[in-house]
Write a protein that binds this ligand. Structure first.
Ligand code: URA
Length: 310
């Protein structure tokens, strides 16, 4: 049995009306969700809030011009790696094939490696220029400045830290941020200042977000640091932190075991020995987080002082 309250042509109109209403609602919903997902900020305070949110989430460097997800960044890195595969293989351990697969940020190696040409570099200025000219490390692209060194090139003590942070990157000088201020106090505790030491890092460019340098980046840039050590020819190297100690002592042992124990390391070229004592110690950035360890760092500082006297 059919119940006809409305005439037949009214049913058709109601059906059409219903259809149009659903269509309009669907369009409104689509436009709304699009706007919500693309987050188009209009006012100054909206933009400032978005920027503040990004800073709170730890974003401190722009890698690309527009926002990208980590997946998109890794796609970029893979594309470059494929291009690199078409190049002739490099000889030696620093080849493009060494690019890390699991790094969060793309590390792009060009065919260029610093390697053997550095024997021709005879002065610190020439070394700085060689590093400025070097385009084989992606860290250079995201850094603001090359952080070469600070202090006195004639000093007996060469301090080698890990990598520049944000303040160092802005100023182009090593150890000028909070860790640097603590380093100054540590030196003052044994009667020294920056004119008594020469300071550099294992990496001259800041890793984005202050992440720990990858082993590939460290290996790639090692020839520069090695030449730097040869040119300074210090009486003692004070290696600050695990990355520096592990690289210079060629070990995987942790810094808490290594600290305070001097090892003589040969930084010479093949056939020509150049033995320099390396004293590993705790990084000031670590001491800021673990002030109880300052006592151990002070023992190392006293050892450093006596090594320079002898
Ligand atoms: N930490 C380092 O290892 N080096 C710097 O230059 C600054 C902080």
């Amino acid at each position: 049995m059919t119940c006809r309250i409305l005439p037949r042509h009214w049913h058709k109109k109601a059906y059409l009306f219903n259809l149009i209403c659903h269509y309009i609602l669907a369009v409104i919903f689509l436009v709304w969700t699009q706007n919500a997902m693309t987050a188009s900020y209009v006012t100054h305070s909206e933009l400032a809030a978005a920027l503040r949110w990004q800073m709170e989430m730890g974003v401190d460097v722009a890698l690309v011009d527009s926002p990208a997800t980590q997946g998109e960044l890794q796609t970029t890195s893979l594309k470059v790696d494929v291009q690199q595969q078409n190049k002739p293989p490099e000889s030696g351990p620093l080849s493009a094939a060494a690019a890390p697969a699991d790094d969060i940020y793309p590390v792009l190696f060009s065919a260029q490696t610093p390697g053997s040409d550095l024997a021709a570099v005879k002065t610190l200025d020439a070394l700085r220029n060689a590093m400025l000219d070097f385009d084989g490390c992606a860290l250079k692209k995201t850094a603001s400045n090359l952080v070469f060194a600070d202090g006195n090139p004639e000093a007996k003590i060469m301090i080698i830290g890990e990598a520049p942070g944000g303040d160092e990157d802005r100023m182009g000088l090593p150890f000028v941020g909070a860790a640097g201020q603590l380093l100054d106090k540590m030196l003052a505790a044994i009667g020294l200042d920056r004119q008594h030491v020469y300071i550099t890092n294992i990496l001259p460019w800041r890793p984005p977000g202050n992440r720990t340098p990858s082993s590939e980046e460290v290996a790639l840039l090692w020839p520069f640091l090695r030449r730097h050590i040869q040119l300074i020819a210090p009486k003692v190297i004070f290696a600050l932190g695990g990355s520096s100690a592990k690289l210079l002592l060629n070990t995987t042992t942790g810094i808490l075991k290594l600290r305070g124990q001097v090892q003589e390391i040969d930084f010479g070229d093949a056939g020509q020995a150049n033995l320099i004592p390396v004293l590993p110690s705790l990084h000031p950035a670590y001491l800021l987080r673990a002030p109880k360890m300052k006592q151990q760092a002070f023992h190392d500082l006293l050892a450093l002082k006596s090594m320079c006297r002898g």
